[in-house]
Design a protein around this ligand. Structure first.
Ligand code: IMP
Ligand code: MG
Length: 178
């Protein structure tokens, strides 16, 4: 695999397509077991998690629903001040088991702001599944229940993750070159 350029920055290969798919399969198997008979709702946070959600959901073999909301707090390569809800929740989550599907947890700000909103709709349970967990960057009290990868505090793109809107359309994940 070779480096890629997104706008003004160069990124080097970090997680291969094979490794990503392997971890997603493991997570799907775990969720298939844990949520059998519960008909969970996979609540995907757009935009970054659309590919992760698709690949994960394809491997969910139990009865399950999927829905999408749009939250954003990022500008360029750092988290911005505000969390905006651009597309809200249309599903009735009351009494339901919710699995939040996120591409990456960085500071935790996005989910920290969204969780009370979700809790106010009285779901039976809420768990958080992420592809990437930037454990060192966490600055808000958010508990990640399932993480495919723990990664260091470095900016990454690819497989749905963007740098200023670009770089999402790769099968592997790339890390900002030092
Ligand atoms: P948080 O609110 O700081 O946890 O940031 C979460 C959101 O920021 C994610 O859903 C991503 O959209 C974005 N984000 C965080 N880190 C990265 C990164 O390294 N690359 C691309 N997007 C990121
Ligand atoms: Mg995101």
């Amino acid at each position: 695999m070779s480096n890629i350029k997104v706008l003004d920055k160069e990124f080097e290969p970090y997680l291969s397509e094979e490794l990503i798919q392997e971890k997603i399969s493991e997570l799907a198997q775990q969720l298939n077991k844990e949520y059998a008979g519960k008909r969970p709702i996979f609540l995907s946070i757009l935009n970054g998690s659309f590919l992760f959600t698709a690949d994960l959901f394809k491997q969910i073999t139990i009865e399950a629903e999927v829905c999408f909301i749009k939250l954003a707090s990022y500008k360029g390569t750092t988290s911005s001040g505000n969390v905006i809800t651009a597309i809200g929740l249309d599903a009735n989550v009351s009494g339901r088991d919710i699995i939040i599907v996120e591409d990456i947890i960085d500071t935790g700000k996005t989910l920290h702001h969204f969780l009370p909103q979700l809790e106010s709709s009285s779901p039976a349970s809420i768990k958080i599944a992420v592809l990437l967990n930037k454990t060192e960057a966490l600055a808000y009290p958010v508990k990640v229940d399932y993480a495919c990868f723990d990664i260091p505090n470095k900016f990454v793109v690819g497989y749905g993750l963007d740098y200023d809107g670009l770089g999402r359309n790769t099968k592997a994940i790339y890390q900002l070159k030092a």
